[in-house]
Design a protein around this ligand. Structure first.
Ligand code: GDP
Length: 400
């Protein structure tokens, strides 16, 4: 900072108008070409109890059959995993020549057990392991081919109970908020009426703010145009997104097909903004904020993890980079090991001595008891064997 401010002092920035064209206005196009060539990469995680429509929504979001359709009967007979598993599915998708390497991280088993207390732990572990993998690559000598497998967004599926958040929802969000971009969604929102949904959403937001949970908020910048600002506002107003997923199209006749769910009283259209928030969620996740989500993951979430991790192992790193310190640390470790061994040996010795003493004492008592018993028997025998004393006649009896 000091260097920068000093540098700034000598280099005042003067705004100048160009006299003629230079060509750097083409810079965005250069970036555009390069990124098209490189392709894009995005990792999204889905969390929520089984049956909340996670796979269906992922298929609907990316318009692919990433997950095979589940037959509910098969699903019921499937063995329930005993712990939360982490499964990743990767797919290369392409739209208008733009390639996207998409990875979906699923967490089957979450919230499905009788005791779900620690359900969040394996998920947090997985997110941090992905940060570690990135950190390892950054620390390598050759950093040319860094593969980013970090989770850029986490869709958290809230069961459409109509009440409020469950303790597990709160616990999960609290634990994960600092490590991942949390995007809460109300699963299967077609099962709630408009009124119920409105109330449910406001209760969820109340719970989120009461518990000081930082969910992902799409940012607005100063130089954004009014249209973008308005778009952003609309996205924010829909959080938590009430979603509806549908794998199959409904034939509306006259060749028109729509994605939705058919009920006796009508059809809920997935892509209709008046029916649900699916479009807004897709817009934020894919069309307008994917890069933002990645940037926030890298610059804020990963950075805070990296700083904490380095502070934790900072001592070790300082030691490794200084041979004298390393020697001292080795000696200290060796001494500590010796002292530990010595104290352990002493404890074992003391214990053995105490055991021996106890045994000796017991043997002594037994010996003493036997001795006493023998003595008593001997005395008894002696008493039996000794001649009976001669009875002297009472005086005056015969003398008469
Ligand atoms: P997952 O276990 O969370 O991946 O859930 P699935 O995507 O396999 O969906 C479980 C069941 O719920 C399936 O029968 C789906 O057809 C159904 N389903 C999925 N999304 C919705 C939805 O938005 N609304 C309703 N009513 N049902 C849904």
């Amino acid at each position: 900072y000091r260097w920068r401010s000093r540098f700034k002092e000598h280099m005042p920035i003067i705004k100048k108008k160009l006299i003629g064209p230079v060509g750097f206005s083409n810079l965005p196009n250069q970036v555009h070409r390069k990124s098209i060539k490189k392709g894009f990469q995005f990792t999204v995680m889905v969390v929520g109890e089984s049956g909340l429509g996670k796979s269906t929504l992922v298929n609907t979001l990316f318009n692919t059959s990433l997950y095979p359709a589940k037959d509910s009967k098969v699903e019921l007979t499937n063995e329930i995993p005993s712990t939360v598993e982490i499964q990743a599915i990767a797919a290369d998708i392409e739209e208008n020549g733009v390639k996207l390497k998409l990875t979906v991280v699923d967490t089957p088993g979450f919230g499905d057990f009788i005791n779900n207390e620690e359900s969040w732990a394996p998920i947090l572990e997985n997110i941090e392991a992905r940060f570690d993998a990135f950190l390892d690559q950054e620390n390598r000598v050759n950093r040319k081919r860094i593969v980013d497998t970090r989770v850029h967004a986490c869709l958290y599926f809230i069961a459409p109970t109509g009440h409020a958040l469950k303790p597990l929802d709160i616990e999960f969000m609290k634990r994960l908020a600092g490590r991942v971009n949390l995007i809460p969604v109300v699963a299967k929102s077609d099962t709630l009426t408009e009124e119920e949904l409105k109330l449910f959403k406001s209760r969820i937001l109340d719970d989120i703010s009461a518990n000081k949970i930082n969910i992902y908020q799409p940012p607005t910048y100063e130089n954004d145009d009014p249209e973008t600002i308005q778009e952003n506002k609309e996205i924010v107003s829909r959080i938590p997104f009430a979603v509806v997923g549908a794998d199959r199209d409904i034939d509306m006749g006259n060749g028109r097909k729509i994605r939705g769910r058919k009920y006796p009283w009508g059809i809920i259209e997935v892509d209709n903004e008046e029916h649900c928030d699916f479009v807004k969620l897709r817009q934020m996740l894919i069309r307008t904020h994917m890069e933002e989500l990645k940037e926030f993951t890298n610059e804020v979430l990963y950075e805070s993890y990296r700083t904490a991790k380095l502070a934790e192992t900072g001592g070790d790193i300082a030691v490794h980079s200084n041979p004298m310190k390393k020697l001292e640390a080795d000696k200290a470790a060796h001494d500590a090991k010796l002292a530990k061994m010595e104290s352990e040996m002493k404890a074992v010795f003391d214990q053995k001595v105490a055991e021996k003493e106890a045994k000796l004492k017991q043997a002594e008592e037994e010996l003493y008891a036997r001795h006493r018993e023998m003595k008593e028997q001997l005395e008894l025998k002696q008493r039996r064997m000794s001649p009976k004393p001669v009875q002297t006649p009472k005086k005056g009896f015969f003398s008469k």
